[in-house]
Design a protein around this ligand. Structure first.
Ligand code: SUG
Length: 452
């Protein structure tokens, strides 16, 4: 049976804005208060999806959440009509309204962690929505994420959508952004590499700590996800992020490393003891896949300083297989504008020493200004043909659905948005109308609380 990697991209929501909500995410901290352009943001995301679909890859769409989240505002004590809730929140708790309006659910690398059926003991695909407890504006995402994933992965004989990991702030889980699956091809038994920043319960495995910015991922949460996904000791591997990298703005591992099949591209300062971690990872990989080569591509600081890596988001590129043994890097255009990064990428693709032979740059500036690059915008789900056939067909991006979705964005999304606009009851009405239309376009039925 054929196996495919499906990239599910998060559609940027109509309230995309810059609120400076993420301490430790340099781009978010820098752009707080700037005017945003939701229409442009959504079209930039769709253009990337279309390109990947045109490369022959399976591309699908995850819908945005309702924002402002009336569900959250009501749970926090605001009552009365929707207009009254918005008005009272804007007057008495403007920061709360801002946080409840974030379109951060577009970064679906944080939506969940996924284990394909080839790797799990029960032979089903397992998905755990991330709890995202590290940031309030993201901690409100899991209920909708679970509803959406259950509407898409609805066949319980093939898919399990778990509850998010419990345990409060210490047990932070940020999903696939701190998880990489390595295998000779997508269809093989894969090695799951989990990266954490801290221990919730003071494990001696965590040796050093952050000084400036918070770590978001707990080692115990990663272990819980691996257990729930019925992975074995042989196909899991855990390592600690370098605290100095977190302090330099590497708030998720996907800001400093990216893997695909047998290739692992990483910065030399990615992990606590990077050389030993990668040597161990290689040993695990080669034990699981005797005879298959693990291609580690180490990027030294002298070639790309950590600061350039964070600014350009080189490691937040998507690494995709376009033909057997042939991979392409889908990079943010910021990489082409950062001289040392551009030179590194040119050398990488021209050398022919690795399977990475192509680079394609994308203007994703609207998302990038909040710290979301190409890889943040997608959730990878490896599925075989029968699993693929069990999904609602409307979620896949085709020429036709691309045309429909771009027309939908152009007719419903605002051109620009400021913080003051978030209190506008018309924006909530527009958003609901827009999302209801989207669920029809994607064939998802009712997934939002306002639809019930
Ligand atoms: O969680 N930014 C997101 C960016 C997430 C990027 N995802 C991955 N690396 N996988 C975050 O920090 C900023 C929102 C604001 O400031 O308005 C924000 O939530």
């Amino acid at each position: 049976m054929k196996t495919h990697e499906v990239n599910f991209d998060g559609l940027v929501g109509p309230t995309h804005n810059y609120a400076g909500l993420s301490l430790g995410n340099v781009a978010s901290m820098t752009h707080g208060g700037a005017v945003s352009h939701p229409r442009e943001a959504a079209l930039q995301g769709l253009a990337k999806m279309k390109f990947l679909a045109d490369l022959g890859l399976k591309q699908a769409v995850l819908p945005p959440h309702e924002r402002p989240s009336l569900e959250t505002l009501r749970a926090l004590g605001f009552s009365g009509s929707d207009t009254a809730v918005l008005g009272a929140a804007a007057k008495h708790a403007p920061n709360l309204l801002t946080a409840c309006s974030s379109a951060s659910n577009m970064w679906v690398a944080n939506a969940a962690t996924v284990a394909p059926s080839a790797d799990t003991a029960d032979g089903r695909v397992h998905l755990t929505p991330a709890n995202l407890v590290a940031k309030f504006h993201r901690s409100i995402e899991p209920p909708q994420t679970a509803r959406t994933l259950r509407a898409i992965f609805r066949d319980a004989a093939r898919f399990v959508v778990h509850e998010p990991v419990p345990g409060g702030q210490a047990m932070g889980d940020e999903g696939a952004a701190n998880h990489t699956r390595l295998a000779p091809t997508h269809g093989h038994y894969g090695l799951h590499f989990f990266v954490y920043g801290h221990s919730a319960l003071g494990s001696p495995l965590v040796k050093e700590n952050v000084k400036k910015f918070p770590s978001r991922q707990a080692w115990e949460a990663s272990e819980a996800v691996a257990r729930r996904h019925e992975l074995g000791e042989d196909n899991t591997f855990f390592a600690q992020q370098n605290p100095a990298a977190i302090d330099a703005g590497v708030f998720h591992n996907d800001v400093i490393a990216v893997g695909n099949e047998n290739v692992f591209l990483y910065h030399e300062r990615a992990f606590a003891g990077t050389a030993a971690v990668v040597a161990d990872l290689r040993r695990h990989y080669e034990k699981l896949n005797p005879g298959d080569e693990f291609v580690g591509i180490r990027v030294p600081s002298r070639q790309v300083p950590l600061k350039d890596a964070v600014k350009s988001y080189l490691f937040n590129s998507q690494l995709v297989t376009v033909a057997p043994g042939e991979m392409a890097l889908i990079a943010p255009s910021d990489c082409a504008e950062t001289p040392r990064v551009r030179d590194f990428v040119r050398e990488l693709v021209e050398s022919g020493d690795t399977p990475v032979h192509q680079v394609h740059y994308f203007d994703l500036r609207q998302s990038m200004r909040n710290g979301g690059g190409p890889a943040c915008l997608r959730l990878r789900v490896v599925l075989n043909d029968t699993e693929l056939a069990a999904l609602p067909p409307g979620v896949f991006l085709t020429d036709r659905s691309y045309r429909k979705l771009t027309a939908w964005v152009k007719s419903h999304y605002r051109e620009r948005l400021t913080a003051a606009d978030l209190a506008d009851p018309k924006l909530l009405d527009e958003t609901r109308h827009t999302l209801a239309e989207l669920t029809r376009l994607l064939g998802l039925g009712t997934i939002y609380p306002f639809q019930t």
